[in-house]
Design a binder for this molecule. Structure first.
Ligand code: ATP
Length: 286
């Protein structure tokens, strides 16, 4: 596989703030890659440099084989972007803005298909001014995918979505990934990263402090499981690295169904919070 994104030693400085601080990153073609990190960690700065919207102070960056700082129209045609918020189009309808946007691309998706894929059929011909926050966000996503990008950047795409809309969005992203689209996602929703991402990176202070599959991040798959059950009317909890053996022993001892049995491992959110805490300075906690 060739890398869709290759970053080495990326640095961006704002006055006293090293927003991105010598960041190294490689994202493979066809991968769904999530960037996690607390507010101010450097996610948006990094992504906007990859998109060609911000300059960098130093480091090497290659996106789809070109440097975003100098890449031209043919490169931009292959990139889809869903920003954190959009506005200023209030008098148009979703169908109008999507048709206009589609014309800017060489091989756009059919506008009706895009409207359906984000679930905006009922509002396709309504003024954008009258859309709810979640419906506007769906339009943002539609604008990001209408050009049939090879690489799609999604910056906190499901903020403001209701639970069903979020599930629908996940299905859409899965189908785009299935078609071979490389997807770079920033999100504060750990369940979203866990569901969608092949790999996740945790950024803190402009550097990547952990990078792995969601199941293995921070040694998660090797961490102890917590087994809970009820026995003689009392609740029992035991932490173990061998939950199968414990449950087998309980089954033998209790002679049948184990009452209220649960076996859990640290969630991605637990692991993420532990990683952030371990790598933070007191200032970053505030
Ligand atoms: P969030 O989760 O809140 O979106 P983030 O991880 O995307 O945060 P960035 O927006 O990349 O964080 O910001 C990283 C750091 O750089 C922050 O300390 C921020 O204040 C600073 N920063 C970002 N853009 C600018 C700017 N244009 N001028 C000055 N400082 C900036």
């Amino acid at each position: 596989m060739t890398a869709a994104v290759h970053v080495h030693g990326l640095t961006k400085i704002y006055g006293p703030t090293r927003a991105v601080d010598g960041l190294d990153l490689q994202i493979e073609t066809g991968e769904v890659f999530a960037l996690l990190g607390p507010n101010g960690a450097g996610k948006t700065t990094t992504v906007e440099i990859l998109e060609g919207f911000r300059s960098r102070d130093s480091g090497q960056v290659s996106v789809l084989g070109s440097d975003p700082a100098t890449a031209g129209a043919a490169w931009r045609d292959r990139i889809g972007i869903v920003l954190q918020s959009s506005g200023g189009l209030d008098l148009l309808t979703p169908r109008e803005i999507l048709r206009t946007t589609a014309r800017l691309y060489e091989r756009p998706r059919a506008v009706d298909e895009v409207i359906a894929s984000v679930g905006l059929q009922q509002k396709a011909d309504a003024r954008i001014a009258g859309l709810s926050g979640g419906q506007r966000r769906r339009l943002d996503v539609a604008l990001g995918i209408v050009g049939r990008p090879d690489l799609l950047f999604l910056d906190e795409p499901t903020t403001g979505f209701d639970p069903q809309a979020r599930r629908d969005f996940w299905t859409l992203i899965e189908s785009l990934a299935h078609e071979g689209t490389t997807i770079v996602l920033t999100t504060h929703y750990l369940d979203e990263a866990e569901h969608l991402a092949d790999r996740v990176a945790v950024i803190l202070g402009g550097r990547i402090v952990a990078l792995d599959t969601p199941t293995a991040l921070g040694g998660r798959s090797a961490q102890e499981a917590t087994v809970t059950w009820e026995e003689a009317g009392a609740r029992h909890t035991e932490k173990t690295s061998a939950p199968t053996a414990l449950v087998t022993a309980l089954h033998a001892r209790l002679g049948g169904e184990i009452s209220a049995l649960t076996v859990t491992r640290p969630s991605l959110e637990d692991t993420y919070l532990a990683l952030v805490s371990a790598h933070s300075t007191p200032e970053q906690h505030s």
